[in-house]
Each structure stands twice: as C-alpha cells, then as structure tokens.
Ligand binder design. Structure first.
Ligand code: GLA
Length: 540
C-alpha cells in the first residue's frame, strides 16, 4: 500500500489493515482522538521519479506523452518537463497546506521565456496527476485542460537525445527545382491531426479530376501527424496507423500525375509532438526518397528544445545536404516562422521556399496581417527560392468569396507558393473558380519570379487603407493590384505613370472579370468592394 505517500495527509491517524475476501488489503482510517497532540511539521510525499502521462492521439495508434522527470530534496523539486515540442526546466516549487504541489517550469522559446505551472496531486506511489494551470494573463479557457494522469516510466525515457554538432555554414548546391512557386495542396489547414491515407488519396483524386491539376496544382502534401511512435530497430522513421504504406500512397499519387509531399522537423519532435528527424537527417532523407516523396516541409518546433535560434541555419543546412544526397529531387520548404531573417539565408541552405511569418488562420485579420506585411521581403524572391507567407485558407469558410479572391490575388502578387488548404471534395464552384483562375495563377507563376511591392497606400489606418501593389513580370509586363481593406466599397484610380508602369501600346486586362479594360488618360478607375481586390495585367 502507498503508506509512504499517504503518511503526510494522515500522519496522526491510526491505520488498520483489514484482510478482505480477496487478497488486496483495505485501508481504514480512524480519526485521531480530539485530545491528540498536534502533529509535527508535515513531511511532503516524495515525487522523485520519471513520470509519463500518455494520452492517445486520435485514431493513429500513437500517444501524446508528457514526461515529468523530477527529483525532490526536502521541499524542493527540480527536474524537467518534456511535453511534445517543449522541454522545460523546473524553476520553482510550492507546497500548499493541503499537501498540493505546484511546480513552475520554464524554457527559452524563440527568444522569449515560456513558463508553465502544473498543479500536482499525489494519488499513490505510482500515480501523480498534473493539471496545467491556465495562464493568468489570458481569459480562462472554455474547456480547462483535463488532468494528466502520470505513471512511473523507466529512467531515461523521454530524455533529450545527445546534442548534434551544428556544421560550419556553406552554400548548399541549388537543387534546380521550383523555378516558379510550388502549387498544390496541404493537409494542415483543414485536417490537422485527422489527415490519413484515404483523405490524401481523395485529395489527389479531386485534384486530378476537377481541373486543378491542369491549372498547375501538383503537390499533395501530408503535414504533421503521419509519423509513428518509434523508429524501427535500424533507426528508420515509421508511419502510424493512418498511413499503412507510404510507398503505395506515393505510387497512387504519382499515378494521378501528381507529386507527394511530407513533413518533418529538424528537432527530436514535430510541433504536434511526433518524431522529428533530429540526428537522423540523412537516413530520413533516404527513407523519403525510397518512398517516392517529392516535397519536404521542415518545421522548426521541436528543435527549440535543444538549440537556440543561432543554430537554425546550420540545422536546416544538414537537411538541405541530406535531400541532395538522397538522389531524388525533393522540394525543400523551410518552416521556422520567418525567424533569424531566413529570407537572407533560406536559399543558401538549399531551401526552395521559407515561411516568413507565424501560422495563418482562416480569418480576414490573420490573412491580411500576413499578406500585407511582405513588402520589404520582395528583393529575396527569385526563381527557385521564394518567400512563403503560409498556405491558403481559401474555401475553409471563415472568409467571404470576395475576401478569398483578395487572398488569392495577394498571394499571387507575392509569388507565394499556392498550397490550397481546403477540402477539395466539397468546395463550391465559386471557390474552385478562385483557386483555378488561370490568369491569376499566371501572375503567381511568372517566370521572372519577382515579388510585388506596395506602390501606394491611402492615408487611412493600416488595417483600413486602400493599397496598390505592382509586380514586374517577364517580357516587360506588369501586374497591378488594387486592394480595398476598408469597410465600404471605394472608387480607386490607378494612375499607371505615377506607379512607374508604362501601359502605352499594351493590353490591360482585369484578371477576375476576364476582360480587357480601357484606360482614360493613362488611368483606370474601378469600384473595389470592401475587402476586395482588382487585379490587372499590363502587357502579355
Ligand atoms: C506549425 C506549422 C504549421 C503546421 C503545424 C503542424 O505550426 O507552422 O504550418 O505544419 O506546425 O504541427
């Protein structure tokens, strides 16, 4: 029985062991007589040990594990907490008068401190319950987190691997692909952890039959949560139950004239807490190549547990080299949220694209905050190497069709990868029309690979203003986009000469209306709906 742990709360109580009909003893607690002397200073239960709480991930046979590796000396508890992509050091312990324990743990995360507090309840010698305390600086969550039920784990389980050496920096050879921004689909925005083999096949089927493939969409990309719980005995990365045979899936996607993409991390775990490629980069690149993978999104998350941001470039370089050495042409997509001015070194590590911001959400404020913040990054876009303001949310339901047209317009002006993020089986004809507008896609895919710049903005506040962006295209053509971020429709006049665009002798087309427009005195005036955009092409 857990006498050692029970003692603190019932120190003065008499404990009687009564033999039950089965062999398990039963504890009865007799309250102390009223005259009993007050007990000595309470001794706290000892929580020393490596504890793991394992919560099953939906339908894939893997577990989300949180390890609490604790050492208690008197009142004080030290140790670590390893939870998915986070690895904290315990920095503070507090016992309350009821024997409850609060541990505070802290880590460096992208230049800031990240702190968590767990309230710990001792349930027995082999069970602790950890409840994550909601952050005091945020509104209380609608569904407070359930307690994590933790049991003893073997020593060393859940520990960080040996730190790998960060290589000296050099220029990785250009892989020669992605001369124009990648186009395709990615599972994360719509499916997150629910993506599986059949969903990926269904997206490939849809893409191959609804006109998207012919419009240029080619990559079908599996994001996080495909990975198994453990590597095999040879250290090969494995898939979980949702992906029974990755090679067969790749063969299927290839049979549709499409390419298959996958996801991993330069850290020991991915953002969702699955296995990352840390220390296995070359081996994983070979595995991906053997499966027939054509695209790798490489997401920083778990690397923060062992490395600070100074090491980013080196860790991304390792995989850049590994992909080249794999012998297969694999598009290399960096995802580290635009940290460390990645646009200045993304191409040097072999990256074909690099995320420039945090995650997009299916909402006007998120999409516009990201899209309209890209102006200064224009000089870094070039054939083979593009800024990536994140995947498309078009068709996911959080914005109107007008707003989704603005999303498509802005991303195309930015020479961004166009990775649809919606359910391609169920989208409306108008969403499909937005995604497959070939004249707009031609702007995104222009062979000069130049990114648009903001050429003019009205004096309204940043989130309300009208803006005009221009993008030089191959053969002396231009794209000009007028955006109305304001709450009411507005008349906007594009004065080409003022924008440095010479329309003389060139056709000017409205790429959403699919018609030629006429200028008056070198100007074009259009009514742009609230949150809408007009996109013009000047010259062929
Ligand atoms: C990060 C990335 C997302 C997605 C998730 C998956 O948040 O930025 O695009 O890949 O991880 O866990």
């Amino acid at each position: 029985m857990p006498t050692r742990l029970i003692r603190s709360t019932i120190t003065a109580a008499a404990i009687t062991l009564v033999a039950g009909c089965a062999s398990a003893p039963v504890v009865t607690v007799t309250p102390p007589p009223a005259t009993a002397r007050p007990s000595a200073a309470p001794t706290h239960p000892n929580v020393t040990g490596n504890w793991v709480a394992a919560v099953p991930n939906t339908a894939d046979g893997t577990f989300r594990r949180t390890y609490f590796n604790l050492t208690q000396l008197g009142e004080r508890v030290t140790g670590t907490v390893h939870s998915t992509q986070f690895f904290y050091q315990v920095v503070d312990t507090k016992w309350d008068s009821d024997g409850g324990l609060a541990i505070t743990a802290s880590m460096r995360d992208l230049g800031n401190e990240r702190r968590v507090i767990y309230d710990v309840k001792v349930v027995g010698p082999d069970e602790l319950r950890f409840t994550l305390r909601p952050r005091a600086d945020r509104p209380p969550p609608a569904n407070p987190p359930a307690a994590l039920v933790a049991h003893r784990a073997p020593a060393g389980e859940g520990a960080m691997p040996e730190k790998i050496a960060v290589p000296a920096l050099h220029k990785v050879r250009d892989n020669g692909i992605a001369r124009t921004p990648a186009m395709g689909w990615n599972s994360w925005n719509k499916f997150a952890g629910r993506v599986d083999d059949s969903a990926v096949r269904a997206m490939a089927d849809a893409m191959a039959s609804n006109g998207m493939r012919e419009a240029g969409y080619v990559y079908v990309n599996i994001d996080d949560t495909w990975e198994g719980d453990k590597r095999d005995e040879q250290g090969n990365i494995t898939t979980n139950k949702k992906f029974p045979d990755m090679k067969a899936l790749a063969d299927y996607v290839h049979s549709k004239g499409l390419k298959l993409g996958i996801y991993s991390s330069p850290g020991p775990t991915t953002c969702a807490g699955y296995i990352g490629s840390y220390g296995h980069e070359a081996q994983d690149a070979r595995t991906f190549a053997a499966w027939g993978i054509d695209y790798l999104k490489y997401d920083w998350c778990g690397a923060r547990m062992l490395h600070d941001e100074q090491d980013m470039q080196g860790l991304y370089q390792i995989m850049g080299e590994a992909l080249l050495a794999s012998g297969r042409q694999i598009l290399y997509s960096l995802c580290q949220y635009g940290r460390m001015e990645v646009w200045k070194w993304g191409a040097d590590v072999g990256g074909n694209s690099w995320r420039t911001t945090g995650d997009i959400r299916d909402a006007w404020d998120s999409m516009t905050r990201i899209g309209f913040s890209q102006d200064s990054l224009a000089p870094y876009a070039q054939p083979g190497h593009f800024n990536d303001p994140d995947m498309l949310e078009i068709g996911n339901g959080g914005m109107s069709d007008v707003e989704y047209r603005t999303h498509m317009t802005l991303w195309s002006m930015l020479a961004s990868p166009l990775l649809a993020g919606n359910d391609l089986r169920t989208m409306t004809p108008s969403i499909l029309a937005i995604l497959t507008n070939r004249e707009v896609i031609a702007i995104d895919q222009d062979s000069a690979g130049k990114q648009a710049r903001r050429a003019w903005a009205s004096a309204d506040s940043a989130t309300m203003r009208k803006e005009i962006w221009t993008r030089p295209l191959a053969k002396g053509a231009y794209a000009v986009a007028a955006f109305n971020r304001g709450p009411a429709a507005a008349e906007m006049t594009i004065d080409f000469a003022a924008l440095g665009v010479d329309p003389r002798g060139k056709t000017v087309r409205d790429l959403w209306a699919h018609k030629k427009v006429s200028l008056r005195d070198g100007r074009y005036t259009a009514t742009v709906p609230s949150h809408g955009a007009v996109l013009l092409r000047v010259g062929r």
